[in-house]
Design a protein around this ligand. Structure first.
Ligand code: NAD
Length: 235
């Protein structure tokens, strides 16, 4: 057998929340008193809301999609894409926007779905790209049922959570950006990162953390993320 060398890249796992997209103009929950663009989440982001008033829910997500399509990735999204040139980076995002992908990141797991796709009301595994911002009532999947936004509502299962937990266990470095850690099961992912792995948090208002061995970077994402990436890339 021949001798050969492998170059082993360190594995960086990044968990992002609404805060990373705040400076792209997309509002977070916690900074608006638990409302989402003026709505209670029970009115627009639950299966009950969809049964009660599907047109309102559809309209709500159409407006969110419009904002996402108008938004641009910011310096934090771009810095993470750059980090992927030197490290084996996987981003696990709670966000339903596609700004990580538009910035050039390749391995992105959307725990809560992505608003640029639709899904069948009957079978959540049937998803489709949406052309433009509007998904209309009466637009049907191949099974003949209504299409809704491909997002995970409060009270619904999070199909990617086990895969995400498994990935967190493989981290050599872990970075948490812009999440209040108030939404479960996503918030529980930090508990799967092995002890002893360097852990960073970037947030201008750092939330309660389940362990005290985080390196705290109390900055907005567009300041803290490029700075940390520079440190990790240039040593
Ligand atoms: P959250 O709204 O609960 O918390 C936002 C966190 O970001 C807070 O800790 C806040 O201090 C921090 N933050 C605010 N401005 C920041 C900045 N400039 N830089 C860095 N951090 C900043 O968000 P969450 O924990 O992600 O939970 C909210 C849920 O709402 C998610 O599940 C997500 O699906 C959904 N959501 C998504 C979007 C989006 O896709 N852009 C926007 C709003 C809500």
């Amino acid at each position: 057998m021949r001798l050969y060398r492998t170059s082993i890249m360190k594995k960086i796992i990044v968990l992002t929340g609404a805060g990373i997209s705040a400076e792209s103009g997309l509002k977070t929950f916690r900074d608006s008193d638990g409302l989402w663009e003026g709505y209670n989440i029970e009115e627009v982001a639950t299966p009950e809301a969809w049964r009660r008033n599907p047109a309102l829910v559809q309209e709500f997500y159409n407006m969110r999609r419009k904002s996402v399509l108008e938004a641009k990735p910011n310096a934090a999204h771009y810095a993470l894409a750059e980090l992927g040139q030197q490290y084996d980076v996987t981003i696990i995002t709670q966000n339903i926007d596609d700004l990580h992908e538009r910035a050039g990141s390749e391995n992105v797991i959307h725990l809560h779905g992505v608003i640029t796709r639709s899904q069948s009301d009957k079978n959540p595994n049937l998803t489709y790209p949406i052309d433009g911002w509007e998904l209309k009532m009466g637009e049907l999947c191949e099974l003949g049922s209504q299409l809704r936004a491909h997002v995970v509502w409060f009270g619904e299962a999070v199909p990617m959570i086990e895969e995400a937990a498994r990935i967190c266990m493989t981290a050599d470095i872990f970075i948490l950006i812009g999440s209040s850690l108030a939404v479960y099961p996503a918030a529980g992912l930090v508990n799967y990162v092995p002890r002893g792995v360097p852990k960073y948090i970037i947030d201008p208002k750092i939330p309660y953390l389940p362990s005290d061995n985080f390196i705290r970077i109390e900055e907005k994402a567009t300041v803290g993320v490029p700075r940390l990436v520079n440190q990790l890339v240039n040593g």
